[in-house]
Design a protein around this ligand. Structure first.
Ligand SMILES: [Zn+2]
Length: 671
């Protein structure tokens, strides 16, 4: 699928020509379209009470019917978009019980300061009649009976924090306590539970009429706070799939937040990895808005930033879903249309290779959506180390033996059962990197780590360093220094004698206010200690490498190449020849590898430069070394940018040189 969503503006309705819109959609290479059908506005003559009909619909015609027919005639599937999250103030006057309430029992208004002749919108309660039996259910069933749609998409489906007496009563019944006034203290499952009840009702309503029509539902890959929706909880995918057939997420590149608040570089890539369920062949949709922030929704993202950003979705096995404001004729920024056509054409070149392909990786990152986990994902991506995410809520059920290396971020909560699983994994050869920044965890499982005596947490260290020790061979490769930067909290501990000490602490040479003055006094008072900062313990045929310093937060905060290289070197050092794929390319070339039948496909995305990208600077001579274990290589092709890679076989490895990468390419290796 290549999906294109037109976010229609009601005032454009009179200018909509179905044949023209369908033709333009075809030109942009989309084969699925998403259009407004119901909810805030009905784009057809609805009979459901309180379902507000778009007043600009042409008289005497059925525009929706004509659109669906025009798309179907061109082989384009039609997904109907509904939004039951808000409703008009006139509805509120008759049915105030349908609306969400804040802590003072007042409704939430949307856009009340908006100028012009617009009615006021108010948020609906996820458990109220509007989002359930009284409006949403009959509207969905009316559309399914009347129109030949191919899918249902619910915009803004998450439950908004609501303090209405109905929600309060269910909260009390569920948890046996009063609902907290502050949403930050809600039970972590509560909002998800409300959503599950609400979408469950809609899902059932859809399937009563047509079992073959899929429901596409949002999932939230990260927790956070939103100005529009309040508290947002990272979704458990099983909860979302319980009431949906397909899932999607949004990876907005909100440049309008300013250059100091850009979304993280690898957002679409992580959102797609987080949307995959082990053992499930369904792929998540990645919605990419065409604008540099919704406050600038009528212009396009600069193509140099937009193209590689979008490419992250298909390159990480997601399905692209373009979201634009208006339709081709009303989109006056033509760069948007050219960029969509460009990416869709590139996708066409790889889609047969990507169908049913699975990731080619040796490493898994345990995932809880935290900042530390994001830091690890960034460090792995920028070292071109291929990895899968293992979500915290299924970590106990996953066969770890599929991976040679497991990375555990600092704030990942480890249970005693999981520690047992980890010991078994290592006994049979598994390798673990453990970011041991929590003193309590180090202390609790000190037998596993080979720690002797007490574990004591440090002050907040500044002006201190990590020193490379002889046993940490290779960790300083490409750094050419005996020490690198350290800040933050660590733990002090002593190790059993058979542990290998990889790095030690060089304590602060001065308090922060005195580091520069005077330089005559800058000498290090202590140049080396035996305080371990990184160590390795062999367990059975495997090992655990423990980093006692917060490397993921150091990298996220300072972005220094030293910490990035250290992690790349550490993985090399641990996996050695077992690391099947090594890529030598700048850190901001992102790579994703897949395998299928007798093929390996490796994607390359060029994110080089300071974001937001202003130019796409080509990268030259990317080197790839793939262990082939005696297989015969049939061919190596560049399938998107046609860049003629050269290759030869050396010592059981296929060595490939990709001469040039502009934006997004993929090479296909056939055995
Ligand atoms: Zn409520």
């Amino acid at each position: 699928m290549r999906v294109l969503q037109y976010n229609l503006q009601i005032k454009d309705t009179p200018h909509m020509e179905p044949e023209r819109i369908a033709e333009d959609t075809s030109y942009l290479k989309a084969n699925v379209v998403v259009l407004n059908v119901g909810g805030i506005y009905a784009w057809y003559q609805s009979k459901v009470l309180y379902h507000h009909i778009n007043e600009y619909l042409p008289a005497g015609r059925d525009l929706l019917q004509e659109l669906i027919a025009a798309f179907h005639a061109r082989g384009i599937k039609f997904i109907a978009r509904f939004d039951f999250s808000v409703a008009e103030d006139t509805t509120y006057l008759y049915k105030p019980e349908w609306f969400a309430r804040d802590i003072n029992n007042n409704p939430y208004y949307r856009g009340e300061k908006r100028m012009g002749n617009w009615s006021l919108l108010l948020d609906t309660c996820s458990l109220g009649g509007y989002r359930n039996k009284e409006v949403a259910v009959p509207v969905l069933q009316e559309v399914l009976r009347k129109y030949d749609i191919d899918g249902v998409f619910l915009n803004a489906p998450h439950a908004r924090e609501c303090h209405c007496s109905r929600c309060r009563a269910l909260y009390k019944k569920t948890y046996n306590v009063e609902m907290p006034d502050n949403a930050a203290y809600f039970d972590p499952e509560w909002l998800s539970k409300c959503m599950k009840i609400n979408i469950g009702n809609m899902y059932k309503a859809i399937k009563e009429i047509r079992t073959d029509v899929p429901l596409v539902l949002y999932y939230a890959p990260f927790s956070g706070m939103s100005k529009s929706f309040g508290r947002i909880d990272r979704d458990n995918l099983y909860d979302r799939y319980a009431t949906a057939d397909l899932i999607c997420t949004e990876s907005q590149d909100v440049l309008s937040r300013g250059i100091n608040n850009l979304p993280m570089d690898i957002h679409p890539l992580i959102a797609m990895k987080a949307g995959e369920l082990p053992g499930c062949s369904k792929r998540p949709f990645g919605i990419i808005h065409s604008c540099p922030g919704m406050d600038w929704r009528h212009v396009g993202m600069p193509p140099a930033e937009y193209l590689p950003w979008m490419a992250q979705v298909p390159a990480s096995n997601g399905i692209i879903w373009h979201s634009v404001t208006g339709f081709c004729e009303t989109i006056t920024d033509k760069r948007i249309l050219e960029s969509i056509r460009d990416i869709d054409s590139r996708i066409q070149n790889v889609e047969s290779d990507m169908r049913d392909a699975f990731s080619f990786c040796d490493t898994a990152l345990l995932w809880n959506g935290s900042k530390n986990a994001v830091g690890w994902a960034e460090m792995l991506v920028k070292n071109h180390i291929q990895f899968d995410l293992i979500q915290d809520y299924i970590a106990g059920d996953i066969a770890l033996s599929n991976y040679r290396l497991l990375v555990i971020p600092g704030d990942f909560i480890i249970t005693t059962e999981f520690i047992e699983k980890l010991s078994d994994y290592m006994s049979s050869g598994g390798k673990v990197i453990f970011e041991g920044t929590d003193t309590e965890t180090l202390s609790k499982y000190k037998e596993l780590f080979g720690i002797e005596g007490d574990v004591v947490s440090s002050e907040n260290l500044v002006a201190s360093y990590l020193r490379f020790e002889d046993e940490g061979e290779g960790l300083a490769d490409g750094i050419d220094s005996d020490k690198i930067e350290l800040r933050g909290k660590v733990s002090y501990c002593n190790l059993e004698s058979d542990n290998q000490i990889l790095m030690t602490l060089i304590p602060p040479f001065a308090p922060y206010e005195a580091v520069g003055i005077p330089p005559e006094r800058a000498s290090l008072p202590v140049e080396n200690t035996t305080i371990p900062m990184a160590f390795r313990k062999n367990i059975g045929r495997g090992s655990i490498s423990v980093l006692i310093f917060p490397v993921s937060s150091l990298f996220m905060e300072y972005g220094l190449s030293d910490h990035l290289r250290l992690i790349g070197n550490l993985v090399n050092n641990i996996l050695g020849d077992n690391l099947r794929l090594r890529i030598s390319a700048p850190a901001d070339v992102y790579t994703e590898a897949y395998q299928k039948d007798n093929k390996v496909v490796i994607h390359f995305i060029n994110e080089m430069g300071k974001r937001p990208l202003i130019d796409n600077v080509p990268v030259h001579d990317i080197m790839i070394r793939l262990r082939i274990d005696g297989k015969n290589v049939n061919g190596v092709e560049s399938i998107i940018e046609n860049s003629s890679p050269s290759y030869y076989v050396d010592d059981g490895c296929l060595v490939i040189k990709l001469p040039r990468l502009k934006i997004w390419d993929a090479i296909r290796i056939t055995f």
